[in-house]
Design a protein. Structure first.
Length: 64
């Protein structure tokens, strides 16, 4: 009976340790970003507005 109790305690402590380890690793991963600062400055959202003037210039340009 004492052996079962020891095994249960070891299992519970192991589960708690692994759970805390995973939790702390997830928190660390969430707080740190993998995108560097220069890359964040370069990556900007695209403008969804279509420039009609440029489109008409391209359409009117005929090269044969």
């Amino acid at each position: 009976m004492d052996n079962d109790r020891d095994l249960l305690l070891i299992s519970v402590f192991t589960f708690l340790t692994v759970s805390l380890w995973i939790t702390f690793e997830l928190l660390k991963t969430i707080k740190t970003t993998t995108v560097s600062s220069p890359v964040q400055q370069i990556v900007i959202p695209l403008d969804p507005k279509i420039d009609i003037e440029t489109l008409t210039t391209v359409v009117n340009r005929k090269v044969y």
